[in-house]
Write a protein that binds this ligand. Sequence first.
Ligand SMILES: *Cc1c(COP(=O)(O)O)cnc(C)c1O
Length: 442
Amino acid sequence: MLDADTLTQWDLNHVWHPFTQQTEWEADAPPLIIDRAEGVELIDVHGRRYLDGISSLWTNVHGHRHPRIDAAVRDQLDRVAHSTLLGQAGTPSIVLAKRLADLLERIPGDQPPLTRTFFSDSGSTAVEVAIKMAFQWQQQSGNTNRTRFAALTEAYHGDTVGSVSVGGIDLFHQIYRPMLFDAIRIPAPDRPDPEAEEACLKIARQQFATHGASLAGFIVEPLVQGAGGMRMHSPAFLRALIDIAQQAGALIIVDEVATGFGRTGTMFAMEQVGVRPDLLCLAKGISGGYLPLAATVVSERIFDAFRAPYTQYKTLFHGHTYTGNALACAASLASLDVFEENDVIGSLPDRISALSEALASLPSSHIAETRQRGMMAGAVLRHDRSPEDRTGHKICMRVRNHGVIVRNLGDVMVFMPPLAMTPAQILSVGRAVGAAITEELG
Ligand SMILES: *Cc1c(COP(=O)(O)O)cnc(C)c1O
């Protein structure tokens, strides 16, 4: 194996890290280089172990190197790693599409069920596809004026041009502004406070009254706006918003890329809302955190507008090369097996309480507020430093010395443990973050 110094040098010379200011990366060097993993622990090139407090960026579900998923991927490898879905089908993607349709029946609601899956490979592409589908559906349903989208403030839907356009985080937007399309902005509260929610709904009613007739769709992260800083709203707020959007004739696109697969305490956040969207985006946890995979799942009502003789050109002209990748679908199917066999959702309440306890254990004089929905949580730092001080980032770097990996969103310390993390391990993550906060802020 290559030694750590060589790897460090090659990383600094050749890798461009995502969402990373490389001058800061160089100043923080040597980087943490992960070499392997065991359960919910990542192991670096020096053999040091770290609890994976952010599920390898919100993806890992049952822990790393889970025997069941490892075996499924190896088994699929003995058949075929990848074959295209353009002009042909593949066994694991067929089975997964059927399995998702069955699974999504657990979202209650009078709306038609979500039965049709379009596969892609990231959350951004799942959203990009949903936006194009909604636009084209309106065009092909005779609503040619419906060309715009509504979305929440501080929303995050991915990094491709369309998904950034519906996103609402100014920091990610500013420079790209001239190349983005304009979305109608609906204000969202940062916590489920009834008064704040009613104020937002009031503006939403005005916005939809003014722009409703031009809307193709309304897109939303259900219950938790993740990358926006773990901002939370109530199921009732989302039900009311969706109702307003539906009255205005907009298609409902729900982005469960972060919330899907048990994150909020139920398999899907929309189970708590009780509404079936027209289009649903899934990624992150869908493959158990193993391989890039995403799904845009829609009802037959959406799909039917794309069916016609070829020469009417109603085809969805969109597809990604690795769509429906066999290894990724096999990992996903095995992950769903683990959910069932281990009753993962049933095991969550104890872990969710441990996460609440971990949040409560943080040094309160440095915490302005904590927010939690299921296994997603954030603690907002209180300090009088300027954002240029990068306080959250500095704390995350210190947390590593305590054998834990977490990542901040500005002043929000994020807690996103794998669903498999034990209550004791979750409390350790809390202790490590608490210690690092005290070291940094006194
Ligand atoms: C992470 C995320 C995305 C983007 O997913 P990528 O796989 O990073 O492209 C989209 N929407 C939400 C809600 C997310 O949390």
